[in-house]
Structures are given as structure tokens and as C-alpha cells.
Design a protein around this ligand. Structure first.
Ligand SMILES: C[S@@+](CC[C@H](N)C(=O)[O-])C[C@H]1O[C@@H](n2cnc3c(N)ncnc32)[C@H](O)[C@@H]1O
Length: 227
């Protein structure tokens, strides 16, 4: 008669199994530790470069550190993974966004028209340790945006203020419902951006709020679809 119970393993295989389980557990704890240590090291390297940039590369029209932290938080909190930035300059905001993408497993495409600033950005991405999470294209965004297929669940607009409405029109088809479009300088350049601000407030495809973590001010528009 069978009882359905398995006969106990002889001692040697039992010991072997326990040892294997212990080794696997230790390996997974160790690799999680390694990952955490790696992230910490990267974060340290990233923060050092951001501080260095503020001290050594002035006149680049960068967002402020608090604005950078706001963008990083936004990317991480909403698990955003496909980023597009219009207006890289020397890469200051790009580093904040790319480190958010590092945390979510995402990637940033950033567009800059000026070769000198694009070269600085390349060096800064490398020095900040985020080069794997960002692709820089030295292009005119107005020419390039119509050729992109997306989708992008995070867009940051920070180039010529007179082109913001055009940028918005071009990126809207590339952003899925629930995607976020952030634009800089809606506080300190509100006059130049009057048409853009009116558009993001009234477009039925967008639900827009405003945030002022720094002097520039952000519009934060969530695409909700359906006109
Ligand atoms: C305000 S700065 C960007 C600052 C950057 N986002 C930061 O906070 O570190 C604007 C940048 O947009 C670039 N730009 C202006 N028109 C552009 C265009 N049509 N295509 C791509 N970049 C453009 C300028 O060369 C300039 O470097």
C-alpha cells in the first residue's frame, strides 16, 4: 500500500540541497547589495558632476537644482521610461532626467542644435555616469521631431520660447495617454509663453497643473486623449 508520502532523502543529498539553497540565497543577497552599492556610487558621481557643472559651466540657461530634483522625482514616481528633451544645452537637466531613467530602467533622447553645447553635454553625461541612459542628437528639433515615431511618456520642452506651441503640436501625437509633457520657464518668461500657457490650459487633450520648485516654473500636462 502507498501512503503518498515521499521516502526521506538520504543524508548526503539533503545536505547538498541545503547547501545549494544557502549558496543561492547568499548570491542573491550579495548581488542586491552590489546593485545598491553600484547605484549609490553612480548617484554620488552624478551629484558631484552636477555640482561641478554649476560651479564651472555658467551661462548655459540651466534649470535650478530644485527643478532638476523635481524632474527626477516626476520620472521615478510615475515610472516613466521613454523620455524626450528639447533643448539639452550642456546636459544639466538631461543628467537629472537620465538619472530618473536609470532608476526606472528607461532612456532619454535629448536634442540640441548647438555643436559646442552638445559636445559639453556629451562630456558631462560621461562624467556623470549616465551616458548609458541618454542619447544626444545634435539636430534642429523643429526638423527632427516630425521624423520621430515615439512613443514618449515623458517630454521636457526647454528651447526657444517662441517655438513652444510648435513643439507641443509636434510632440502631442508621440505621447500616449497618461504621458507627461513638462515645459520650463512658464513663470519667469510667462509673457513670451502667453500663447503656450493658454494652449496647455485649454487643450481638451491635456490636464495641466503648474509647479514652481525653482524660479523658472513648470507646466506639467498629462495627456488624457479624446477631443
Ligand atoms: C534653455 S537651454 C536648455 C537648458 C537645459 N534644458 C538645462 O536645463 O540644462 C535651451 C537650449 O535649446 C537649444 N535650442 C534652441 N533651439 C533649438 C532647436 N530648434 N533644436 C534643438 N535645440 C535648440 C539651444 O541651443 C539651447 O542650448
Amino acid at each position: 500500500m502507498t501512503t503518498g508520502k515521499r521516502p526521506p532523502l538520504p543524508l548526503a543529498p539533503r545536505v547538498l540541497r541545503c547547501a545549494m539553497a544557502a549558496i543561492l540565497l547568499a548570491a542573491s543577497v550579495f548581488s542586491a547589495d552590489l546593485r545598491a552599492a553600484d547605484d549609490e556610487k553612480n548617484d554620488d558621481q552624478t551629484q558631484k558632476r552636477l555640482v561641478w557643472m554649476r560651479e564651472n559651466q555658467t551661462g548655459m540657461w540651466n534649470i535650478s537644482p530644485r527643478e532638476g530634483l523635481y524632474l527626477y522625482d516626476l520620472v521615478v514616481r510615475h515610472h516613466l521610461k521613454r523620455g524626450l528633451e528639447i533643448g539639452t544645452s550642456n546636459g544639466y537637466s538631461g543628467i537629472w532626467i537620465a538619472s530618473g531613467m536609470r532608476a526606472t530602467g528607461g532612456h532619454l533622447l535629448t536634442l540640441e542644435i548647438d555643436e559646442e553645447r552638445a559636445q559639453l553635454a556629451r562630456e558631462n553625461f560621461q562624467a556623470a555616469g549616465v551616458e548609458r541612459y541618454v542619447t544626444l542628437e545634435r539636430v534642429d528639433a523643429l526638423q527632427t521631431l516630425p521624423k520621430l515615431t515615439g512613443p514618449f511618456d515623458f517630454v521636457f520642452i526647454d528651447a526657444e520660447k517662441s517655438d513652444y506651441v510648435r513643439y507641443l503640436q509636434m510632440v502631442l501625437p508621440l505621447v500616449p495617454n497618461g504621458g507627461v509633457i513638462v515645459a520650463h520657464n512658464v513663470s519667469d518668461m510667462a509673457d513670451e509663453l502667453r500663447d503656450f500657457i493658454e494652449r496647455v490650459k485649454t487643450d481638451p487633450e491635456l490636464k495641466t497643473t503648474f509647479a514652481a520648485p525653482g524660479p523658472g516654473g513648470f507646466s506639467v500636462s498629462i495627456k488624457r486623449g479624446g477631443r
